[in-house]
Design a binder for this molecule. Sequence first.
Ligand SMILES: C[S@@+](CC[C@H](N)C(=O)[O-])C[C@H]1O[C@@H](n2cnc3c(N)ncnc32)[C@H](O)[C@@H]1O
Length: 208
Amino acid sequence: MDVGCGFGGTLASIGAQRSGVSLTGVNIDHRQLTRAARLTKTTRAGNTLAWLCADACALPLADAVCDVVLAVECIFHFPDRRRFFAEAWRVLKPGGRLALSDFVPVGVLLPATAAAGLWPGSRGFYGKVDMRCTARRYAKLAAEAGFVPSFDRDITRHTLPTYPFLRRLSPRLGNLRLSATMETLFAELASRLGLLRYRILAFRKPGD
Ligand SMILES: C[S@@+](CC[C@H](N)C(=O)[O-])C[C@H]1O[C@@H](n2cnc3c(N)ncnc32)[C@H](O)[C@@H]1O
C-alpha cells in the first residue's frame, strides 16, 4: 500500500517489476487518484491494482491486511505523524514493514523550520509542510508505535539536482510563484548547507 501515492508513479514502478502483488494507492485527493488510475494502466500479470481515497492517518481498512506500507515524500503533509505510525502499525501484518522518505532537519535547523512553518506563504504552493521531525523524534515515534528500525539512508545529494529543475518551473506558477519560490529556496539552501537531510527510513512490525 502506497499512502500519499500522488499520480501513482511508485506503484507503476513496482507493478512493472514484480508479479503476484496486490497494490493499493491511497490519497486524500480524489482528483489525483483519478489521474493515477488513468496513468497507471498496465501492471504485470497476476498483480491487482486498487485506489482508495482516504486520510493516511485514518485508514478505512481492517487490522493486519498489508505486507508493506510506503509513504514516499508525503508524511510532512499528514495531520499527525504519531497517528500515521499507529495506523501503519495497525494495518500491517506481523513482520510487515513501513518505509518512508522525509526531509529530516538536524537539531540546529529546528528554529528555522518552525519559523518557516509560521510564514503565511508556507501554506501556499506546497500546502501544509511540517519539516520539524528530527531523527531522534522518528526513533521515538517508531518505538512508541511498536516498530523496530530496519533501514536508514541519507540520499540528500541525489535530491539536489531537482532544485534547478524546480526553479525553471517557477515562472509558470502565477500567483503561487512567491510561495513556491521561497519554500523551495529554503529547502535547497538548508539541504546544501547539510542542515536538512533527505532520508529513507524503514521500520518492521515485530512478528512472524
Ligand atoms: C509531494 S506528493 C508525493 C506523491 C507521491 N508519493 C510521489 O512520490 O510522487 C504528496 C502527496 O501526499 C498526499 N497527501 C497529503 N496529505 C495526505 C493525507 N493526509 N493522506 C493521504 N495522502 C495525503 C497529497 O495529495 C500528495 O499526493
